[in-house]
Design a protein around this ligand. Structure first.
Ligand SMILES: [Zn+2]
Length: 489
């Protein structure tokens, strides 16, 4: 049993739900605008892309939803027409420039079951492993499923008797009836169903005997969760508390600092090594490093200890940072085949604590583990950070030396045109200092060659990558402004 607390912080701007396992922040969900995943819309087909086997659907949001033909109710892609009305559900939030991914195969999640109108299949979550239990649930679902409706048993259905599951079916049928009504009456496009408050959704999905405390810091969330428990899980109603401390709730539980660390590149390991995270557009890379060198004799031993420790921490960090898509882990190379096997086993075992679907390929000869992890929401980095404006996210800025060369090239051009009028160079103190230190002689030479006085004018409103060169004329002054990067002027 992993003792878990759920800490809920709500402000006017955002809601944050932290899952704290054995005192350590394991996962954090942040919603700034309420998530649209699970929302059902009455939409209109805008464009059909036969080549891509997909269509764009206007669901009333700034970006159209992307509907793959695979996600239609029947394989009736030929009957699709532009401007046709269609009921769709969001399965994935739009990320970056992409619009949301939608499906016409509607499903509504209850506590133990998922209700799938337009389907007639019954199924059992893969997380329920026992064959006997799977058979039992399957036969209950066969009995309970309304006509033309599929049912899927979620993990929470494990061990539940038929009566409880039936309550869930009744609840879900009511939800569906509401949706049907809105489907008939609603405008096009419009929202006809929404999946509810983030905290309630997480509790609905995660609640188990492991969760010993749920603490909310607003009366509103407390009441909503209380209502949810009363309706669906009265046995756990005493686990919800309303926070009354004076320190903000996330600070009180050490979660603010945990979150700050969760966006850092480097994570130290106990054995002295570290992990370094790099998130690119296409994949995330985790680099495993050993600590200081401990002598050749014990090298292999040190490396395997370090790698094995890294396994658990990589999984912890993937959950906490919510990495999705392709993840490549660069473990430290090991000579012995046996150790390599041990590493892969340990890593796959560690992944069992991760609820997201993962798929690990073998350990490559270069010591790389390639894996995929199901993307559910934006990563913490995507939610909490923005691209650095100084380096535009590259992590490097133009060097002072390169900038000085650039400036001197421009100065040479301007010097020719100046016809003995004075030339002013405006730049930050740092750049001017560099010019004087390294290029004084050349500046004198240009002054002599073109017969122009050169004046250095400090202007600290210019960033270190900007400068201005101006020919000073008595009547009208011509100015020239240059920059290495896109100008925001
Ligand atoms: Zn930067």
């Amino acid at each position: 049993m992993t003792e878990t607390k759920i800490i809920i912080n709500q402000t006017d701007q955002e809601i944050r739900v932290g899952l704290v396992e054995q005192g350590r922040l394991a996962e954090c969900f942040i919603e700034r605008t309420q998530s649209i995943v699970g929302n059902i819309y009455k939409g209109k087909i805008k464009t059909i892309l036969p080549g891509m086997q997909a269509a764009f659907v206007d669901i009333g949001l700034p970006k159209a939803g992307y509907l793959s033909f695979d996600d239609l109710v029947t394989s009736s892609s030929k009957s699709l027409k532009e401007n046709q009305t269609i009921v769709v559900q969001v399965v994935r939030e739009g990320i970056g420039t992409k619009g949301p991914r939608i499906t016409a195969q509607i499903s509504i999640a209850g506590r133990q079951l998922v209700f799938m109108p337009n389907s007639s299949q019954v199924g059992v979550s893969r997380r329920i492993r026992s064959d006997k239990e799977r058979r039992r649930l399957r036969s209950i679902l066969d009995d309970l499923s309304p006509e033309n409706t599929g049912l899927l048993a979620r993990t929470a259905a494990e061990g539940m008797d038929k009566k409880i599951l039936q309550e869930d079916v009744v609840f879900l049928q009511k939800c569906w009836a509401d949706i049907e009504t809105k489907k008939k009456k609603g405008k096009i496009p419009s929202l006809i169903y929404s999946d509810g408050n983030l905290a309630v959704r997480i509790i609905r999905d995660r609640m188990s005997s492991d969760i010993t405390e749920i603490i909310a810091d607003t009366k509103k969330n407390y009441t909503e969760i209380h209502k949810f428990f009363t309706r669906f899980m009265p046995q756990w109603i005493d686990r919800i508390q309303l926070f009354s401390g004076n320190t903000p709730i996330f600070e009180q539980h050490g979660l603010e600092s945990a979150l700050r660390q969760a966006i850092l590149r480097k994570v130290p390991l106990n054995s002295g090594g570290s992990l370094v995270f790099d998130q690119g557009e296409a994949l995330a890379v985790v680099d495993v490093n050993t600590g200081s060198f401990v002598g050749k004799k014990h090298l292999e031993e040190t490396v395997i200890t370090n790698n094995l420790e890294a396994c658990q921490e990589v999984v912890n960090q993937m959950r906490l940072r919510n990495l999705g898509g392709i993840v490549v882990i660069d473990f430290v190379d090991m000579e012995e085949e046996e150790n390599r096997k041990k590493l892969l086993n340990t890593f796959c075992n560690a992944l069992k604590n991760d609820r997201s679907k993962t798929n690990v390929t073998r350990l490559s000869e270069l010591g790389l583990v390639e894996m995929t992890r199901k993307r559910t929401q934006q990563s913490l980095t995507q939610t909490m950070t923005e691209t650095c404006s100084t380096c535009d996210g590259t992590g490097s800025v133009i060097s002072q030396e390169t900038l000085c060369y650039d400036l001197l090239r421009q100065l040479h051009q301007q010097g020719k045109k100046a016809r003995k009028r004075p030339v002013k160079i405006e730049a930050s103190d740092a750049i001017l200092k560099r010019l004087k230190q390294t290029h004084q002689a050349y500046l004198f030479e240009l002054e002599k060659r073109f017969g122009i006085p050169i004046e250095l004018c400090p202007n600290n409103t210019l960033a270190d990558k900007d400068y201005r060169i101006r020919i000073v004329s008595s009547e009208k002054s011509r100015s020239r402004r240059t920059s290495r990067n896109k100008e925001k002027s």
